[in-house]
Design a protein around this ligand. Structure first.
Ligand code: SAM
Length: 438
């Protein structure tokens, strides 16, 4: 992490400054270091500032101070796909060993050594790493994230980051949404935050290496000064935060006077979706009292974008329409109403911004009757065919007429026949991915 960024941060627990200890050298970036605040010491591991106050805080600081960087990384990587039985065993093991050998348990829990080996494999792509983790649903969730149904509103909403100088992605997971925003705002500084260190590690290594990654708990105040971000973004995360009013006030405090707050894929309590602790649409609206805000049914946002590349934030939906939005809702807020305008041409802007277009990993090339066909090999919940204005998104099959579909070919297609590439993109048969994703 950049030393200059550290200087802008404040301790989430005390509001005090965060300073790197003398032993962390004098370079402009901190890879492995210890920082100090009024609340104690926190480690920087693999360039990720870890601001959590859990049973690992002290052992990790100790490992970093002793120069045991590989062990510090191994200890910090939590296994994201433990079964509930394994999680219980891990918790018991950690509590027991904590007394006589702090930090030891973090190096030895279930699946830990395997995960560490897989994640630090030097030449692997993200998809290879995910596959090698031997956790099928976790790997599928992450690999197919770019076209999973709950992720689709991110495509139009990411455009609200265009022109931003500083973007914050809260509860970013592996950073898929931050990746899209960075493509559309290439000059912006991006800060990603999530509770999961493993997600932050994968985000930094594979999805958005340019971002500053901070491992933090959204149940506490954010470590940023007032008015810090032009765009604060969060998708599929707020429902997992217990003190929602706390994070809502922090989003508001840290948003610039002309900034935009974008909350995509909020679960509605009226929808019956069980994951997390969702609020009713009125409940989410109430969190942002004092700000200008509107709520949109996610399906409308997705349909508008895939139909004609628009994002119609000037639309107003009735309470009944919003309450009936069972696949999810999005909330947009700002300090005034200027944000509620219509955006056009977003699909083309996405196509223009692509640097690494690829055939969606949900497809496989097959030959039937001598013809090349892309066949979708992944189903719900990772990929679901959907009709928008007579077009099928994620169709079961797509004939490719022998045209080559490597990244270079697709970039060439953009120059020669942009309409053809737009059609592939708008059906999610082609997606832009990080360079080392597949
Ligand atoms: C469903 S995932 C969404 C990830 C990402 N936004 C995406 O759409 O791909 C929810 C994320 O919220 C994070 N999260 C949950 N509780 C959190 C907390 N208290 N503080 C920070 N992040 C949290 C999780 O670690 C997880 O990465």
């Amino acid at each position: 992490m950049e030393r200059t960024i550290l200087a802008t941060l404040q301790c989430p627990y005390t509001g005090s400054a965060i300073t790197a200890s003398g032993r962390s050298g004098s370079g402009s970036t901190l890879d492995y270091a210890v920082v100090t605040t009024e609340a104690g010491q926190f480690p920087v591991i693999a360039g990720i500032l870890r601001l959590l106050t859990d049973d690992l805080q002290a052992p990790l600081v100790d490992l970093v101070e002793r120069g045991e960087h590989a062990l510090a990384l191994k200890a910090a990587l939590e296994v994201p796909f433990l079964s509930s039985k394994e999680r219980m065993l891990d918790g018991t093991w950690r509590r027991m060993t904590q007394r006589w050998k702090p930090g030891y348990a973090a190096l030895t829990g279930p699946k830990k050594s395997h995960l560490y080996r897989v994640l630090t494999e030097p030449d692997a792509s993200f998809a290879e790493v995910a596959r090698a983790a031997q956790a099928e649903s976790w790997a599928s969730w992450q690999t197919y994230r770019f076209s999973m149904p709950p992720f689709l509103p991110v495509y139009p909403l990411a455009h609200l980051a265009a022109g931003a100088r500083r973007i914050f992605d809260f509860g970013c997971g592996l950073g898929h949404s931050a990746f899209l925003m960075k493509r559309l705002a290439p000059g912006a500084e991006v800060i990603c935050a999530d509770y999961s260190f493993t997600s932050m590690y994968l985000a930094k290594r594979f999805i958005i290496p340019e971002a500053t990654c901070i491992c933090l708990d959204g149940d506490f105040p954010l470590p940023f000064p007032e008015g810090h971000f032009d765009c604060t973004f969060s998708t599929d995360a707020l429902q997992y935060i217990e003190p929602k009013i706390g994070i809502a006030r922090e989003f508001r405090r840290t948003l610039a006077a002309d900034g935009t707050l974008v909350l995509a894929h909020l679960h509605s309590r009226l929808s019956g979706i069980k994951a997390g602790k969702p609020l009713t649409p009125a409940g989410y609206h109430g969190l942002f009292d004092g700000m200008s805000r509107r709520i949109y049914p996610e399906d409308a946002i997705v349909s508008d974008y895939f139909e004609d590349g628009s994002l119609k934030l000037d639309r107003q939906f009735s309470a009944a329409e919003i309450d009936g939005a069972h696949s999810g809702i999005s909330l947009i807020a700002g300090h005034d109403d200027r944000v509620f305008r219509r955006h056009e041409g977003l699909l083309d802007r996405y196509v223009d911004a692509m640097l690494h277009p690829a055939v969606n990993p949900a497809y496989q090339m097959n030959r039937t009757n001598g013809k090349a066909v892309l066949q979708r090999t992944v189903d719900a919940p990772y990929a679901v065919q959907r009709d928008v204005a007579g077009r099928q998104l994620l169709p079961n099959t797509w004939a490719v007429d022998g045209q080559p579909l490597g990244t270079k070919d697709l970039l060439g297609l953009r120059d020669a026949r942009k309409d053809s590439l737009r059609e592939l993109v708008r059906r999610l048969v082609v997606v832009d991915v990080p360079a080392n994703y597949l």
